[in-house]
Design a protein around this ligand. Sequence first.
Ligand code: TYD
Length: 211
Amino acid sequence: MIGKFIVFEGIDGSGKTTQINQLSKWLISTDLIPENNQLVITREPGGTELGKSIRSLLLDASRESSPDSITELLLYAADRAQHVNEIIRPSLNKGDWVISDRFCGSTLAYQGYGRKLDLKLIKDLETIATQGISPDITFLLDIPIKESIKRRINRKDDRIEKEGTEFLSNVSLGFKALSEENEWKRISAMSSRESIISEIQSEIKKLSESK
Ligand code: TYD
């Protein structure tokens, strides 16, 4: 893999989209990405055409029948397998840089810590879905549960967001545990805009200097 793979994780309302937009603008203005390569911005679930249908199966809260926990896990894994094979791997092979809004960490946090599915089972599925692709760097945007709820007050909740505070709190604890186990870069999403941006940029500069 000659490109770089950057992932943002965090609970809903942690500001991933804003940070990804900021980082993209800045990256394009630098010469960190080789001249003949591109920056690919993508997300899970729904980074591919097929994935968009899977996303709607997973998140549409108005469906009469909703997936049970194992079905939900398998749908996230299917979305990821397609995403890795259609977008992430080919881009990295060309030397492109890829930024993904969520990846395997979200499955461990939401389906593992949130739904209480077996973490070993989730990791085994991850091996199948990713076929060895893993991020070069993962940022965890950390916000208190209260703030997540506050920031989403005027937004319509999707099926997962409707799960409630206890579920969200378990997911959040999961993200914290995962960030420690895996040496993710944990960033307080409550810091000032400037300090979040500069922390992310400094990690990306370090990443670009590493092989
Ligand atoms: P996201 O696209 O971040 O939501 P939004 O469009 O509101 O910003 O994520 C969609 C939801 O899917 C989010 O609640 C987290 C959940 N999710 C899982 O439960 N497991 C996973 O593996 C992934 C990738 C997402």
